[in-house]
Design a protein. Structure first.
Lengths: 238, 751
């Protein structure tokens, strides 16, 4: 087992030393999170499909996929992913009998939610980026709520101003088992995936304005986010 | 982190003795009368030895010529001789009327008996041999003094392996459980210490071998075509022999910015010698101070290591010798890639083992035998993030015996040696694993989902392996020697019996020119990493090696060789990812090793050409092997006069193949990117070249011989790319570059 172990050490070293964009950097073309609303879809119900994306040119945006499919859908669910007629895409959970047939084909217990794996493509900064997501059919469930957020100890409004060249604490009150990710295009983040110990710091050579986002996942397909515009005006003369 | 690796490597390494040796005692009266110890020369040693006849009786009045010594010696009535200033590795030639010339070499202070064969060809004359297996084409032996003359190794004997033909070279000082020889996987070659396998060769930080040079007597490198006495390996053998104690006791201590250690050796009574050594890293004391506070990194357990070596040799009787040795190593580190010590960003590794070996050697007339028992507990504990872990505990027990019968003549053959051996090697692993499923087909395995635990196992695995072998070596006249042998391995876990015939033909083409041809079958059981979780069969290797050894003049040796290896039943994944004995491959290449030992000069030139390919499963496209290195050139030259030694070494070698990543797919639920790979090992990193230099100077203040050295690697700061890695979403690529300049400064002192 030794060779594999050492490989990990070397990679850890590389990951710390490279000059590529960190995961929290919003000034980067990428998909941040794909969302179905609601997270789990009851029989006969619809769910909207969209994503939080970010691009170098356009910053944060909520976008609909340019393509969506479920290439490995269980029997009877092949058409569950379809256009919504308004240029977007949606999930249509079939009736209970169809879901029962899908459960039987998958060997699931009666009443168990039926997984539906989605393959989606988004236009991000003019480039088509691919993502996957699993949603569940046959039971209703909402996406998680973004808990109370504090920035530098206070509840933020839609636009935030933070002090320049100072560690600013970001915190969110959510279920401790939920993964949390903070992202910014203004300053740098320390411990960006820790809901309580995140520090935002804007210093010389950093953009002094941009956006801030927090993404919460419930570990069961549910996802939610909140975004802000942010400024860190430098002292006069700098 | 990369910044600090560079800062670390650029640190000045200072090695200084903090204790000196006891003055050596008077040498007992020998043939030349009582002798006072000469002022110690750090590149020569005092030797004692004995010349005997075929029956083991002392041969008095024989002429002993030690390579490099000013005058010949003569043996005393007891057949003994003694020389204070012998260079390790030097050849010893013995002549006596009525006998054939006998040869030996300076492998340590106590020279094995040199047995002279009678010129009277009497079929009933028998001779004590106890010879090592015949030299394979391309095989090389290194000792401590030669390691110090090859710049760029920091004086580490084991690191001279990088200068040997056939060994794939990389700049990155990473720890591996093996070395890559002749286009094989690391696990295909065995690393032996005192005849038994050890699980790793270097400490985890990669700058030091697990055995310091001062504890090593010699290193044998056999790149292929090895004898039936070696098994469970498909490629090559690296065999280290620990240093036995010497007649006069010494103690020494050394400390540097990397580590510090102590060594004591000597004799207890007339029949017992000992060597004890211990080393501990010091890097863990320094590293926290060179990491800038702004780096988002927490070194909870800074990388550290220990190693220990012990050896006791005891001459029980003229016929019996006993040896007890122990080798141990421990490496540990714990890193959080996050100052907040987020468990998801934790990496912890602790690896430790100790191998204890007891050996008894016996000889009586034409018979000799070796019996050894060895046991090695090993513990690997690795944790990555919150869920991935490896906890592997192993206890390996090995018992081995070999009987040798020698004869001068029999059935028209001359200088016969027949060997019969057997071995039982049983390991018990307790494995507790939760890791990503390993890939075996050369794809990048570096950026994995930290929550991927698709391979889980918690249980016990036994690997009982048994072997028996026999070999007959005989001269067919004065110029031709044939060795033929058969090894049979039983791999109980897979229920296999592996029959492996091997042979070697040696032809003396001229007085100074010998050709060797070796061919054989080799099997490696599937017992490496996740192979333990399967019941896969062994991998098959068939080797064909041809080599020439030519000495155009004294001190110059040229060894060209060519080889071809056919591999089948290789452990690999099929198109669906299923693991099996599905792969095949070939490797062919040519090598050259030329050495110069003459006057003040020591020269070294090695070149390897290799091409190694694999087909992972029937129908798959052929690809380059991930360790294929087309060209590898090493040239070193060292000059010594009076108190100065100057040396330089140039390296040039091809980069290794790698598998590019062409895109990625984002798993939104896991918040993780899965790479899309291009063709396996379809691209190669750039060629690397570097120059290393070494300067030694010796002083003799107040009767102390002080040697200071400066060893500088990569003096012109060539930072060529060694490998690539990717950003979290694979949209950006970044490079690993080679070592920056690495100076090592040290001082050694001998009283």
């Amino acid at each position: 087992m030794k060779a594999g172990v050492v490989l990990v050490v070397v990679v850890a070293a590389a990951a710390c030393g490279n000059d590529t964009d960190p995961r929290w950097q919003l000034h980067h073309d990428r998909i941040i999170a794909v969302r179905t609303t609601p997270s789990h879809v009851a029989a006969g119900q619809l769910a909207a499909l969209d994503a939080l994306i970010t691009s170098i040119d356009g910053g944060l945006a909520v976008a609909s996929p340019v393509q969506a499919a479920s290439p490995a859908a269980p029997p009877g669910l092949e058409a569950a992913v379809a256009g919504d007629g308004r240029g977007g895409w949606q999930i249509a959970a079939p009736d209970a009998a169809t879901l029962d047939a899908a459960r039987a084909a998958l060997g699931l217990a009666p009443g168990a939610p039926v997984p539906l794996d989605l393959a989606v493509t988004f236009d991000v900064g003019g480039e088509l980026l691919a993502a996957t997501k699993r949603t569940w059919l046959g039971e209703p469930r909402d996406n998680p709520a973004v808990g109370p957020v504090t920035i530098d100890g206070t509840t933020p409004g839609a636009a935030i101003t933070i002090p320049f060249d100072t560690d600013v604490a970001l915190a969110i009150d959510v279920d401790p088992t939920y993964p949390v990710n903070w992202l910014t295009s203004c300053g740098s983040l320390n411990s960006d995936d820790n809901e309580h110990a995140v520090l935002l710091h804007v210093e010389r050579d950093d953009p002094t304005s941009g956006q801030l986002a927090v993404v919460v996942r419930d570990g069961d397909g549910g996802v939610a986010w909140q975004t802000w515009s942010i400024d860190a005006p430098p002292p006069a003369g700098r | 982190m990369q910044l600090h690796r560079h800062a670390l490597f650029a640190s000045l390494v200072v090695a200084a003795p903090i204790a000196a040796a006891d003055p050596p005692p008077l040498t007992p009266a020998g043939p030349a009368g009582p002798q006072l110890p000469a002022p110690a020369d750090p590149v020569t040693i005092a030797i004692t030895g004995r010349v005997v006849d075929a029956q083991g009786h002392p041969v008095a009045g024989a002429t002993v010529v030690v390579e490099g010594a000013a005058t010949p010696l003569r043996t005393g009535p007891d057949g003994a001789y003694h020389l204070d200033g012998a260079r390790p590795g030097a050849t010893i030639a013995v002549d006596k009327d009525g006998f054939q010339t006998g040869l030996g070499s300076v492998a340590g202070p106590a020279i094995d008996d040199i047995a002279l064969a009678s010129l009277e060809h009497n079929a009933e004359t028998i001779e004590i041999h106890g010879d090592p297996p015949p030299a394979s084409p391309g095989a090389t032996k290194l000792d401590r003094s030669e390691a110090e003359r090859i710049p760029g190794t920091g004086g580490d004997l084991v690191r001279t392996l990088t200068a040997l033909p056939g060994v794939a070279n990389t700049q990155r000082p990473s720890s591996m459980s093996g070395i890559v020889i002749r286009g094989s996987a690391p696990q295909d070659s065995k690393i032996l210490i005192d005849g038994f396998e050890v699980p790793l060769l270097y400490h985890a930080i990669g700058l030091r071998a697990i055995v310091p040079t001062e504890s090593i007597a010699s290193l044998d490198y056999i790149p292929g075509g090895f004898d039936v006495g070696y098994g469970r390996a498909g490629s090559g053998i690296v065999a280290l022999t620990t240093r036995p104690g010497e007649a006069h006791a010494t103690e020494q201590a050394e400390v540097s910015l990397l580590d510090g250690g102590v060594l004591a050796q000597g004799a207890a009574g007339g029949a017992t010698r000992y060597m004890l050594a211990f080393r501990r890293s010091t890097i863990d004391l320094l590293l926290p101070h060179v990491i800038p506070s702004r780096v988002n990194l927490s070194l909870t357990t800074v990388p550290y290591y220990y190693d220990v070596q012990a050896r006791i040799d005891h001459d029980l009787s003229p016929h019996w010798q006993l040896a007890l040795s122990a080798i141990g190593s421990l490496d540990a580190l714990e890193i959080f890639a996050d100052k907040a010590k987020n468990p998801d960003k934790r990496f912890f590794d602790e690896t430790e083992f100790i191998r204890v070996t007891a050996t008894a050697r016996w000889h009586d007339g034409p018979w000799s035998a070796t019996v050894a028992a060895s046991e090695m507990p090993e513990d690997i504990d690795t944790e990555r993030g919150a869920v991935q872990h490896i906890d592997a505990k192993r206890l390996e027990t090995t018992v081995r015996g070999e009987l040798t019968r020698s004869a001068d003549h029999a059935a028209g053959l001359v200088d016969l040696s027949w060997r019969l051996g057997a071995e039982a090697d049983v390991s018990r692993y307790h494995l507790d694993l939760a890791i990503p499923t390993p890939q075996h087909n050369g794809v990048l395995q570096t950026m994995r989902d930290p929550n991927d635990v698709s391979t889980r196992f918690d249980g016990v695995v036994w690997t009982p392996d048994f072997a028996a072998w026999t070999a007959l070596s005989a001269g067919l006249g004065s110029r031709v020697r044939l060795t033929t042998g058969l090894r049979i391995d039983g791999f109980d876990r897979s229920g296999e019996v592996a029959i492996q015939p091997r042979g070697q033909l040696e032809i003396r083409l001229a007085d100074k020119t010998t050709a060797r041809l070796a061919a054989g079958a080799y099997r490696r059981p599937a017992e490496y990493q996740d192979e333990l979780l399967t019941s896969l069969h062994s991998e098959h290797n068939t080797q064909l090696v041809a080599g020439l050894e030519h000495e155009p003049r004294e001190g110059i040796r040229i060894q060209p060789s060519i080889y071809y290896t056919d591999r089948s039943h290789l452990v690999s994944n099929d198109a669906s990812g299923q693991l099996g004995n599905l792969g095949r491959g070939t490797t062919y290449g040519a090598e050259l090793l030329a050495t110069l030992r003459g006057g003040p000069w020591f020269g070294w030139l090695s070149y390897s050409y290799s091409r190694s390919t694999r087909v992972d499963y029937p129908g798959a496209a052929e690809r380059l092997f991930e360790y294929d290195q087309t060209h590898n050139l090493n040239a070193a030259l060292s000059w010594r006069r009076d108190n100065w030694q100057l040396g330089a070494r140039f390296e040039l070698y091809s980069g290794l193949p790698y598998t590019p990543v062409t895109g990625s797919v984002y798993d939104s639920d896991a918040n993780f990117y899965h790479p899309i790979y291009g063709a396996a090992d379809s691209q190669r990193t750039p060629i690397h070249h570097q120059l290393d230099i070494r300067i030694d100077h010796t002083w003799h203040p107040a009767g102390i011989a002080l040697t200071g050295f400066l060893d500088v690697q990569n003096v012109y700061l060539n930072d060529s790319v060694t490998s690539y890695s990717y950003s979290y979403d694979y949209s950006q690529r970044f490079s690993f570059v080679g070592l920056p300049i690495l100076p090592t400064i040290g001082v050694r002192g001998v009283l």
